[in-house]
Design a binder for this molecule. Structure first.
Ligand code: AHN
Ligand code: ZN
Length: 328
């Protein structure tokens, strides 16, 4: 049974005539047929805020462990089958990080699945902050971390009310933002980032786990967010990228989902594509035309609730939901 939402946008312009001529109101009507239920951005916003209240979710801290418990219990509250994948990972400087990937699964009997993921940790260094004195202070990671997780928690709540046709796995990966800061004197590597996803891809939570495709959300909460098709998504998951972007544009979010090609972005999707062999796209606020690419609050102490805008959460969440509920 399909739940069809017909959204009628009627723009009626009434002009007041100074010439004394009477003119009829002009109405332009555009209708969009949606398959998914309504994504509630107020609810998603609360999940983002909840995470922010723990403080920086840096591995080996209490805030980090408390937030892991929160995410796990929320997924359970929304009826998911939850696995906590704990691991000790090696950081760029050789120190050990106690990390936890959290997986919430729906329709576990179905072999046809979609993977939705977001990192939930926050960066230990605000190494892009305008004030150099802050470069060793952890970021709150509200856009960079909590925003994607908040959207996916709301998708989980939607699924608890209405099951899609296929299986869904929501994966909250840890230790993404662990890359060496510029002031680290030792060797640096792309593989210093995304430690949680690398571990998951090499130690799948279910042996032989497969999904039709994956969608990664990263920094999706800013009001002026723009999502370009990054080079990794296009290379490994071109048709999925086109499908997600076309869906976003069709349901009215073309202001966020841009057709241009973005840069090559090191992010969790790289390892989902290369190590797990699951085609995976990255929805990330990155503008290849801007000077630094990432938004101004990226890896600064300004990555707080003040940048989070409900319309952006709505655009991403409704698009993901539409993709999920459209899948046969
Ligand atoms: C780098 O910063 C190298 N890549 C982007 C991955 C990232 C960091 N996403 C959020 N924070
Ligand atoms: Zn980051």
């Amino acid at each position: 049974m399909k739940h069809i939402f017909a959204l009628i946008l009627a723009l009626i312009s009434l002009s007041c005539c100074t010439t004394g001529q009477s003119s009829k109101p002009v109405a332009s009507t555009q209708s969009v047929v949606r398959v998914a239920p309504d994504f509630n951005a107020d609810s998603a916003y609360v999940y983002v805020e909840k995470q922010s209240l723990f403080g920086p979710r840096v591995p080996n801290t209490k805030a980090h462990d408390d937030c892991a418990n929160y995410l796990s219990s929320e997924l359970k509250r929304f009826g998911a089958t939850v696995i906590e994948q704990k691991a000790t990972l090696t950081n760029f400087d050789g120190t050990k990080l106690k990390a936890c990937n959290i997986i919430g699964s729906y329709n576990i009997e179905k072999p046809d699945r979609i993977l939705l993921l977001s990192h939930w940790d926050s960066r230990p260094f605000a190494d892009n902050d305008p004030n150099k004195a802050n470069h060793k202070t952890p970021v709150l990671g509200v856009d960079d971390g909590a925003s994607g997780v908040g959207v996916l928690l709301e998708v989980a709540r939607m699924i608890s009310i209405k099951k899609p046709n296929i299986g869904i796995d929501i994966l909250f990966v840890d230790a993404e933002d662990t890359g060496a800061p510029y002031f680290f004197k030792g060797n640096q590597s792309e593989d210093d980032w995304c430690l949680g996803t690398q571990y998951w891809a090499k130690n799948l939570h279910i042996p032989g786990y497969k999904a039709r495709f994956g969608i990664l959300l990263d920094m999706v909460g800013a009001g002026n967010a723009m999502f370009y098709k990054d080079a990794v998504s296009v290379e490994y998951a071109g048709s999925v990228t086109d499908k997600v972007w076309a869906t976003g544009q069709t349901i009215g979010y073309g202001q966020y989902f841009k057709n241009g090609q973005g840069g090559y972005i090191t992010d969790d999707h790289v390892y989902v594509n290369r190590l797990a062999n699951i085609p995976c796209v990255d929805i990330i606020n990155y503008d290849p035309q801007s000077r630094q690419g990432f938004p101004a609050h990226w890896h600064t102490l300004d990555d707080t609730m003040r940048n989070i805008a409900k319309p952006a959460l709505k655009a991403v969440g409704q698009t993901i939901a539409e993709v999920v509920y459209s899948e046969k």
